[in-house]
Write a protein that binds this ligand. Structure first.
Ligand SMILES: Cc1ncc(COP(=O)(O)O)c(C=O)c1O
Length: 403
């Protein structure tokens, strides 16, 4: 339609909030308003020559859903605009994105640097599998640029971090680390799932690749699993190639859910950040609380960096109980009833968990200690319910603590 062509022509000049709603898959001849879901395994061709052109010359026509699908491509297009990325590839899960990136860019003999503050499964993926295939791993404290510099004094292929870290909410200075990595020809990969492109843009700060667990805020309502890898085309292409061979492809139905999620991402991230800040400020005043970890708090040791690097604090915070034990943390969790006792985050429903025995329960005790995940730590991924109701639920939790 002429209107669609005119919209496409102006789309790069639109504001981000508008792009998140208006950039995406092309409308089909059916003139649907909401984006179409292409639930098909393969695509047909009018003749053999066109088919050959698609397979041999990469003409751009869809071939087979493990390789390409218009709904998945539309999600990639929309997310790429938001992250400021030249290319995007979607995966079946966030871990699929981590796996594909490492498989595409590392080989036997390479050294990988990883922040101690990464998601448990990410650490386990490298420790249990990549090391077995000849990749060397060195863990580095996220907050210490000098430690990164020292680690980079020996050749390294790839540096990997999450910022803020889960669940300790420590920051990596993306700009500082990217300068160090660039000088040593080391790829910097940043998992941006806690902040999303609405609050933080790692590529603009110098990162080479961005990873997402779309399962979190990109969906926003805890409905579907997915992931994405974004960056310069020449860095994403090897990832695409692995995904096609390895089959960790995103399903078109999930891509459609994420397309819809992206439409409201901007307003949700602002609201998550406001709610989390209010809950964090309240928690800081409670006598049972030893320390609150939230980047939006002025008491956070990296508050200045947080202000420079991200537009707001996001939805996730953690806190430790004064003189608290695992039993205390469990008593707190068991006494709450509004917050969902579940490991996911990024949902409009607030979630609460005990990281040491859930999200990070399968990693070695020594690694947990290195990461700063203590037995008295509780993580809350603040949703969009009323802050008053959330505070009341925390009060239920505190009332179960004795002493
Ligand atoms: C920061 C972070 N990265 C990656 C992942 C993995 O994502 P997925 O569960 O979609 O595989 C998670 C999951 O919790 C996560 O918290």
């Amino acid at each position: 339609m002429d209107r669609d062509k005119r919209l496409k022509a102006i789309s790069l000049g639109l504001s981000e909030e508008t792009q998140a709603i208006r950039v995406g898959p092309d409308r089909t001849p059916e003139r649907e308003h909401s984006e179409a879901i292409f639930t098909t395994s393969s695509f047909v061709f009018p003749d053999a020559a066109t088919m050959a052109d698609a397979f041999v010359n990469n003409s751009g026509l869809s071939i087979y859903a493990r390789v390409d699908n218009p709904t998945v491509d539309g999600f990639c297009k929309r997310l790429a605009v938001l992250e400021g990325a030249e290319a995007c590839e979607a995966t079946a899960t966030g871990m699929g994105a981590v796996l594909s990136t490492l498989m595409a860019h590392c080989q036997s003999g390479d050294r990988v640097l990883m922040s101690t503050g990464v998601f448990g499964a990410t650490l386990n993926l490298v420790k249990n599998y990549f090391i077995k295939y000849g990749i060397e791993l060195e863990l580095v404290s996220p907050t210490d640029l000098r430690a990164w510099e020292e680690a980079l004094s020996k050749p390294a292929k790839l540096a990997y971090c999450e910022t803020p870290s889960n669940p300790t909410i420590e920051l990596v200075d993306i700009q500082g680390l990217s300068a160090l990595c660039r000088a040593k020809h080391c790829l910097l990969v940043v998992d941006n799932c806690f902040m999303t492109p609405v609050l933080q843009k790692p590529l603009a700060l110098g990162a080479d690749l961005v990873i997402h667990s779309a399962t979190k805020y990109l969906d926003g309502q805890g409905r579907a699993m997915g992931g994405a890898v974004l960056g310069r085309r020449d860095l994403v292409e090897p990832v695409t190639s692995f995904i096609r061979s390895g089959g960790v492809t995103m399903s078109p139905f999930n891509a459609w859910i994420f397309l819809k999620g992206l439409e409201t991402l901007s307003v949700r991230m602002k609201a998550h950040s406001e709610n989390a800040l209010a809950v964090a400020q309240w928690l800081e005043k409670q006598p049972q609380v030893e320390r609150v970890n939230y980047v939006g708090l002025e008491s956070h040791p990296q508050y200045v960096l947080a202000q420079r690097q991200a537009k707001a604090g996001g939805g996730v915070l953690s806190f430790t109980l004064k003189n608290g034990s695992r039993e205390d943390a469990w008593s707190f969790l068991n006494a709450t009833c509004l917050m969902s006792l579940t490991a996911n985050l990024g949902d409009v429903k607030t979630t609460v968990c005990h990281p040491a025995t859930s999200t990070h329960g399968r990693i070695d005790e020594s690694d947990r200690q290195l990461m700063g995940i203590s037995e008295n730590m509780i993580r809350i991924a603040v949703g969009l319910e009323s802050v008053d109701d959330l505070i009341q639920d925390c009060e239920r939790g505190f009332s179960a603590l004795t002493g």
